[in-house]
Design a protein around this ligand. Structure first.
Ligand code: GAL
Length: 390
């Protein structure tokens, strides 16, 4: 070939190659900005700053300074067991998130409470204004024991993204009765005996559960503690809200001033009502709680409760979800309600839920929807996409 033509062809090939590289190059590398996320699209992939789907499931959000920190379960490709730990992402606009890495890491120490392969779910972080510590609570199941341990775990850090230091895990409120158990309730408790119920799920068994059959059974060792959230009230008091009593009854337990232990004061919500996935917020003096039923990874109809005191009484309301798949929480399960203050939204609450993918856990999706009020009650309308407006 004529060397001139060859040179020309070579440079054309070079240009073509460069073009191909630029066209196929994923954004977010070589200083190229990852396309900004401009709206919330529940159920879709949610890319972080590097273009990776956010991996923070069953999570919650904490605002510290001007930054929101999203904590959640790291999910692997083929197992929901904890192979990594709790992840943390940061954002100023709630749409575009930076991956801050692993906030609480599982360990390879054999027999450790958070040994790699344990089940570590629904982590939540609250900030203690007095101790200046970030306090993380989560649901923990010891490695190799399925869901039998039913414990909560606590970890602490000096900065929001961690690293968090694991403190301890245990069952809740051993040796303590719920605050509403007076003389009358205790007289009933004295008569309850698991041996009297050959069959579960009968009306008589459910009545006994509601009266405290499992509270009594677990009195000495501590109450079971699974799906959970944390809530800090306006007065700085914090509470741990969790599924207890074989997931049949929710407990709300007061935390010590350092947010690292229970005080021993707790109440039961919807005894024998079979609620999981609690998410709570307070609006104009009323506490609202959204929960799910107990169908594992499969979605079911959301439930809602309200109370004018955290200690109850709690009243149940109909399902707050509206729109397609409202009867199965749009395919998801509640995890958290984020209150934004000040908020560019008409409502300042965002309902957060997970669409689980048990066969491909890492691909689980998120539902984030605004909570609006109709006739004084929260409602959640499905939206394919919406903007927060920061
Ligand atoms: C769900 C629960 C999840 C996880 C799952 C395991 O009901 O909300 O956090 O524990 O069960 O099947």
């Amino acid at each position: 070939m004529d060397p001139k033509i060859m040179k020309h062809t070579k440079s054309l090939v070079n240009i073509a190659l460069w073009l191909m590289v630029f066209i196929t190059l994923p954004t977010g590398v070589c200083g190229q900005e990852q396309k900004k996320v401009s709206a919330i699209r529940s159920g879709e992939l949610w890319p972080d700053e590097n273009g990776q789907h956010i991996n923070a499931h069953g999570g919650g959000v904490l605002k510290y300074g001007d930054t929101y920190f999203w904590f959640g379960e790291h999910k692997a490709e083929h197992t929901s067991n904890a192979l990594v730990g709790v992840t943390c992402y940061a954002s100023e606009d709630l749409l575009n998130w930076r991956n801050c890495g692993v906030a609480l890491s599982v360990t390879d120490e054999r027999g450790h409470d958070i040994e790699r392969g344990c089940i570590l779910e629904r982590p939540k972080v609250i900030y203690n204004q007095v101790t200046k510590k970030f306090c993380m609570w989560f649901h923990l199941e010891l490695k190799g024991r399925g869901y039998n341990a039913a414990r909560f775990g606590v970890a602490v850090a000096d900065c929001p993204e961690g690293p968090y230091k694991f403190l301890y895990s245990q069952r809740a409120n051993a040796g303590m009765w719920p605050i509403e158990f007076g003389e009358q309730e205790m007289a009933v408790i004295d008569t309850l005996d698991g041996a009297n119920y050959k069959e579960e799920w009968t009306p008589a068994w459910l009545k006994a559960v509601a009266q405290g059959l499992f509270v009594k059974r677990d009195f000495g060792t501590g109450q079971m503690s699974r799906d959970m959230t944390l809530f800090v009230d306006d007065d700085g008091k914090a509470y741990h809200i969790f599924s207890s009593e074989e997931n049949l009854t929710l407990h709300i337990a007061e935390l010590t001033d350092d947010y690292l232990h229970h005080t021993g004061r707790y109440t039961r919500i919807a005894p024998a009502g079979h609620n999981e996935a609690p998410a709570i917020f307070k609006h104009e003096g009323t506490y609202w709680m959204i929960t799910s039923g107990c169908t594992g990874w499969a979605p079911n109809e959301a439930r809602m409760f309200s109370a004018s005191s955290i200690w109850g009484p709690w009243t149940q309301h109909p399902n707050p979800c509206r729109g397609p798949k409202a009867e199965i929480t749009f395919g998801g399960q509640s995890t958290f309600v984020l209150a934004i203050d000040p908020s560019p939204l008409t409502s300042k609450y965002i309902f957060m839920a997970d669409i689980w993918r048990p066969r491909h856990p890492i691909d689980a999706r998120y539902i984030w929807l605004p909570i609006e009020f109709e006739d004084g009650k929260p409602v959640i309308h499905w939206r394919d996409e919406w903007e927060i407006g920061f």
